[in-house]
Design a protein around this ligand. Structure first.
Ligand code: NAP
Length: 318
């Protein structure tokens, strides 16, 4: 229906203008003769005609103008805010599924697991005190790393860690079978996994089921001395419970890449906590080149033959 017609596609985001411009240039180069524009550049008729939009963490209310949307393509993998504010959207949502993103996350999982496994936080603290003290190096095979979430990012991260010799397990909604990974599901599976966990990596989507999942009761199931890495969303952790766990030495260290409020305010005590490493949401940034290629393929599939890419199950909201 759209073949040979130039379609105007809104780009709805809160990205800073230079970043927005970079995306618009990439997308327009790949989608010509179709046009990707900001909503402010669209006529009322074009807004009404829009069936597909490209979104990057938009103000969900900005979507309400587009009453005839059939689907939206997100530039990010996480779409929790959209489903929280528009629980039953009138359009389908395709989140970014980019193998490059999964590779970047797997690299982060390995980097920060090694950081904990090779006790880098302790050596950094010792340096502050001019303290020359050597700790035993445990073989990777004796370090149990557990991953919450075995989806696109969690499964590849688990594989990368197993390839590096770690003893890896993972937990997901549905039971999985993955080579060299011990897979768990359900409440009992979670408890069994946590009992033996030395490093816990969070790669779950934020949903009503996972919000504050990692609370005091949850943390108590981890053995003394365990560490946590959160790459998913800040609200999955009850931050007070985490800080208590670190302060009372039940937990060794936390690497936090995501926070309830981002950027993390300068006044937050998390910045100064000796047992917390703060990262500015950088574990797996969207790769402009690979992501724009995938997004344009998805959009052309729809414009050329009305094929929709994989979309998020709105009941599960991930
Ligand atoms: P995904 O492919 O949707 O996988 C999600 C995994 O979590 C699946 O294995 C799913 O189980 C499991 N899960 C969901 N709810 C669960 C529950 N209540 N109990 C147990 N398991 C549950 O997501 P993804 O692409 O791997 O991404 C995960 C998250 O990473 C995103 O939602 C986003 O928030 C975050 N992220 C962060 C960054 C960063 O830079 N920090 C970058 C990209 C993404 P099933 O497989 O059984 O469905």
């Amino acid at each position: 229906m759209f073949i040979n017609m130039s379609v105007v596609i809104p780009f709805i985001s809160q990205l800073p203008m230079p970043e927005q411009q970079e995306w618009l240039t990439q997308l327009n180069t790949k989608l010509a003769p179709h046009c990707v524009v900001l909503p402010s550049q669209m006529t009322a008729e074009q807004i009404k005609a829009a069936e597909v939009a490209i979104i990057a963490n938009p103000e969900p209310s900005d979507l309400t103008l587009f009453s005839n949307l059939v689907w939206v393509q997100s530039l990010w993998a996480g779409v929790d805010r959209l489903f929280k504010e528009i629980p039953t959207p009138w359009f389908k949502v395709a989140r970014l599924e980019d193998p490059e993103l999964a590779q970047t996350m797997a690299e982060a999982a390995l980097t920060w697991s090694l950081y904990l496994h090779r006790q880098i936080p302790q050596y950094m603290a010792q340096q502050q005190q001019c303290e020359w003290r050597q700790h035993k190096v445990k073989p990777a095979a004796q370090c149990n790393i557990s991953i919450l979430g075995l989806g696109k990012l969690g499964a590849l991260s688990a594989q990368r860690l197993a390839d590096n010799g770690f003893n890896v397990s993972g937990w997901s909604n549905s039971q999985k079978t993955l080579a060299n990974i011990t897979c768990y599901s359900g409440e009992r599976g979670l408890t069994a996994m946590l009992e033996h966990c030395h490093i816990l990596i969070i790669l779950l989507p934020l949903t009503s089921d996972t919000e504050k999942l990692v609370n005091q009761t949850f943390l108590a199931k981890l053995p003394q001395g365990a560490s946590i890495i959160n790459f998913a969303r800040g609200r999955i952790i009850d931050i007070e419970a985490l800080v208590n766990g670190l302060d009372n030495n039940h937990l060794s260290h936390a690497v936090l890449d995501v926070f309830e409020h981002e950027p993390l305010p300068a006044t937050s005590s998390l910045w100064q906590h000796q047992k917390i490493s703060v990262l500015p949401h950088i574990s797996a940034p969207t790769n402009l080149a690979s992501a724009s290629h995938i997004i344009c393929q998805n959009i052309l599939g729809y414009l050329n033959n009305k094929t929709l890419p994989n979309t998020v199950d709105s009941k599960r909201s991930y």
